[in-house]
Design a protein around this ligand. Structure first.
Ligand SMILES: *Cc1c(COP(=O)(O)O)cnc(C)c1O
Length: 468
């Protein structure tokens, strides 16, 4: 049971997997019943007898890989899950082996330093890592995913709006303004924080699901006049369903004028900050009080790794603290403990895999990866829009596109997706928007081409004919 020989087996299996998925071999997804997979992987026998090494390891790995959804196949256009790179994947493996839960510095000095560096790199994209005129110094923490990151940021917002809420509990009149179309994790965070769903005041959106920023000043004023404390306003960058960005600058201005915390949910789209061509989409994000940014979406990082970034680190330091001491750190220096900024106690070395993914591509490589996907998405929109039997839901701004079949055979997007899944050659997701069902593509794989898009349209035509 040596590390080297088993690692060699794992590397060989993954290398074969890489070749086969890149070549579009077999199905992107098959879903045999779980009971069958449990049998095939011999889980019962392995759990009883152990011995997962050598040939047994290889055999297990082969059956496991056979039961995966093959996100590395260019015909996967489904979820917003990272197309991880090799170094990022090694980060997961190394952390699994070394196992340094670095929320306190002494439990992983190198990983702790990397997390500081990586956060600083992200903060620099917003200009939040330098002491500015009003004496703010940004801060951050990496968490296991955007949902936890949204919760953390909203806790920071609460500590700013109601400094003694941690001790005294929520006042009755706390509300948060959230675009009517937002990721469910925001509402869930409000629920977990005990605000109650009635405390979520929806900001109307336009027909494409973008926040109607012009209505924001009056909405805030109305809440404040009725005695409410507006704890935060949330914006989407980009919004999950159609991938469109809310008008951040206009929203930031309204929040600033009303003295309200502005939170940007940039889980997916904050990556636009890296690109000179695309960063206009994030214009105004630098005026926010907090922003979340998932590395495991557009930054090639294995699940999970999300950053919570705040413009003034003190609010994050007091997010989970009774004693709002509001001390100014010189800098997140050697010995910095992230424990106070995080829901989690034991926390994986998330910065390691995120940094290794970045370090393999370099910032320029990562930027080119993002720009190419956005370009391919725009091209896909043009192609689909030109087909008389298809329609697109809206313009595209990033790497998400929704469309549906409008004529010829079956046109229900939900049914078509089911048929596509049954055949397993392409993977898409499904959303409802504007009273319609849409097929939704997120282009994450740099190997996906124009021909894959054309192939998908042909596949949809095929299933829509043979299934009626
Ligand atoms: C993906 C996403 C989330 C949730 O992030 P997880 O990492 O999946 O928990 C929240 N908001 C937006 C806008 C997202 O795209």
């Amino acid at each position: 049971m040596t590390l080297l020989s088993d690692a060699q087996r794992v590397a060989q299996a993954l290398s074969d997997y890489e070749d086969s998925t890149s070549r579009r071999e077999g199905a992107v997804l098959r879903q045999p019943p779980s009971s069958q997979l449990i049998d095939r992987m011999k889980l019962d026998e392995l759990a009883r007898d152990g011995g997962l090494t050598g040939d047994t390891l290889s055999e297990f790995l082969d059956t496991y890989l056979d039961g995966t959804i093959r996100l590395r196949d260019p015909r996967n256009m489904g979820h917003q899950t990272a197309y991880t790179n090799q170094a990022g994947a090694f980060g997961s493996f190394i952390d699994g082996y070394v196992n340094n839960p670095m929320a306190i510095n002494e439990m992983g000095p190198a990983a702790n330093a990397i997390e500081q560096f990586y956060l600083d790199w992200m903060l620099s994209k917003l200009g939040w890592n330098t002491v500015s005129e009003d004496d703010l110094l940004g801060g951050g923490v990496l968490t296991h995913g955007g949902s936890l990151a949204n919760l953390t940021a909203l806790c920071a917002a609460r500590s700013a709006a109601v400094p003694d809420a941690w001790g005294q509990g929520n006042p009755d009149d706390l509300v948060v303004i959230v675009p009517a179309v937002s990721h469910y994790s925001v509402a869930r965070a409000a629920g977990i924080m005990g605000l109650g769903q009635n405390a979520i005041i929806p900001l109307p959106v336009d027909e494409d699901g973008r926040a109607n920023a012009d209505l924001l000043p009056e909405l805030i004023a109305r809440q404040q006049e009725s005695g409410k404390i507006v704890m935060a306003v949330v914006a989407n960058a980009c919004q999950t369903a159609l991938g469109l960005f809310d008008p951040l600058r206009v929203m930031a201005k309204a929040c600033c004028e009303a003295g309200v915390w502005f939170h940007v949910d940039g889980a997916h789209g904050a990556a636009a900050l890296l690109s000179p061509e695309l960063k206009h989409l994030m214009d105004g994000a630098e005026l926010a009080d907090s922003l979340i940014w998932d590395a495991h979406k557009m930054l090639r990082t294995p699940c999970l790794c999300a950053a919570v970034l705040v413009r003034d680190h003190r609010h994050l330091d007091t997010a989970f603290a009774q004693d709002a001491s509001y001390l100014f750190h010189e800098k997140d220096n050697p010995g910095f403990d992230f424990l106070g900024r995080s829901v989690e106690c034991t926390k994986a070395s998330l910065g390691l895999k995120a940094f290794m993914a970045l370090a393999q591509e370099g910032e320029a490589g990562l930027t080119a990866y993002i720009e190419n996907l956005v370009e391919l998405t725009a091209e896909a929109a043009t192609i689909i829009d030109a087909e008389p039997d298809f329609e697109i839901a809206s313009e595209t701004e990033f790497n998400i596109i929704c469309f549906r079949k409008v004529s010829g055979g079956e046109t229900s997007s939900l049914k078509l997706r089911r048929y596509l899944l049954d055949r397993g050659n392409y993977y898409t997701t499904y959303v409802e928007h504007g009273g319609q069902g849409w097929l939704r593509l997120t282009l994450m794989n740099p190997k996906t081409t124009r021909d894959d898009i054309l192939g998908l349209l042909e596949e949809i035509r095929l299933v829509s004919e043979i299934t009626i």
